[in-house]
Design a protein around this ligand. Structure first.
Ligand code: CP
Ligand code: NVA
Length: 302
């Protein structure tokens, strides 16, 4: 079963082939060639426990472009919202649809769904990770700076679900990832142990100037993710804001990325996210193409 749960589950070759397919589909669409209707006659269920703009719309449009039928299922409207087990939900949906994607709070919910589903399951964000986002981010890095091997990326701020997928991507594609965050927000030890055991070039620091020095890509995300408590985060992360002064220390052709939604004036200033180095809308656009490639890979094997 070809689930798409986390980047670490895949070989570099498999991930690269999905990225290549995404880049090809983007080029075909831009040149007006369109796509084969590879999802014709197929349905994809999309379960959302949390809000979404990009993931929901890009998957829905992507499925439609490939000739398939998307079903948007708000978790609160499903019987699972009144206590039906995720196992039974997986078994039942598997009888109707060809793939299931889920955005949920607990990563365990995703894993349980995948375990009991007889169709591919795609991680559309959990509290732990956001691999679909990374596929779009990696496509964007390739478009701006070429092959991923040896590139340099600085992640500033909260070490959240998107950061976890960045760590896994850095290991799989052999680029340097410098994570600048307060010491008490460091990545989980077991993830770092996995990264080190697999040769990852991951630098942990609380020094933003060190992290950003001559780096090719600067990336950040909200300081308070969906479902997280604010606590003292706004104070703790204030020194990690991406602003123009900081960007001057990055490489002269550095790009700024953010998965969006963004809070201007918090994790990034308006001058940076709306400035000439910002790649955030290319990145958002790439969600569409990356996700089509992920779905085709999942369904190719079934
Ligand atoms: N980046 C991202 O996943 O955006 P949405 O929450 O709008 O889907
Ligand atoms: N880290 C953010 C990503 C949103 C796409 C969150 O989980 O809210």
């Amino acid at each position: 079963m070809r689930h798409f749960l986390d980047l670490k589950d895949f070989s570099t070759n498999t991930l690269q082939s999905i990225l290549d397919a995404g880049l090809c589909m983007k080029a075909a669409q831009k040149s007006g060639d369109g796509h084969e209707l590879s999802l014709s006659g197929k349905s994809v269920a999309m379960i959302f426990e949390k809000p979404s703009t990009r993931t929901r719309v890009s998957f829905e449009v992507g499925i439609t472009q490939l000739g398939g039928t998307p079903l948007i299922l708000s978790a609160s409207d499903l019987q699972s919202g009144r206590g039906e087990s995720i196992e039974d939900t997986a078994r039942v949906l598997s009888r109707y649809v060809n793939a299931i994607l889920i955005r949920c709070y607990k990563h365990e919910t995703l894993l349980t769904l995948a375990k009991h589903s007889s169709v591919p399951v795609i991680n559309a964000l959990t509290n732990w990770s956001h691999p679909c986002q990374l596929m779009a981010d990696l496509m964007t890095m390739i478009e701006y700076h070429g092959p991923l091997y040896g590139q340099t990326v600085a992640w500033l701020g909260d070490v959240n679900n998107v950061a976890v997928s960045w760590i896994e991507a850095a290991v799989r594609f052999d680029f340097q990832l410098r994570i600048a965050s307060p010491q008490n927000y460091a990545p989980p030890a077991d993830l770092m142990a996995w990264a080190r055991a697999n040769g990852g070039d991951i630098i942990l620091t609380d020094d933003v100037n060190f992290a950003i020095d001559k780096v090719q890509t600067v990336v950040t995300d909200v300081w308070i993710s969906m479902g997280a408590d604010e606590g003292s985060r706004s104070i703790d992360f204030a020194p990690y804001q991406v602003n123009e002064k900081l960007m001057k220390s990055a490489a002269c052709d550095a790009i700024f990325m953010h998965c969006l939604p963004a809070r201007r004036g918090m994790e990034v200033t308006a001058e940076v996210i709306d400035g000439p180095q910002s790649a955030v809308f290319d990145e958002a656009e790439n969600r569409l193409h990356a996700q089509k490639a992920v779905m085709l890979w999942c369904l190719e094997g079934n």
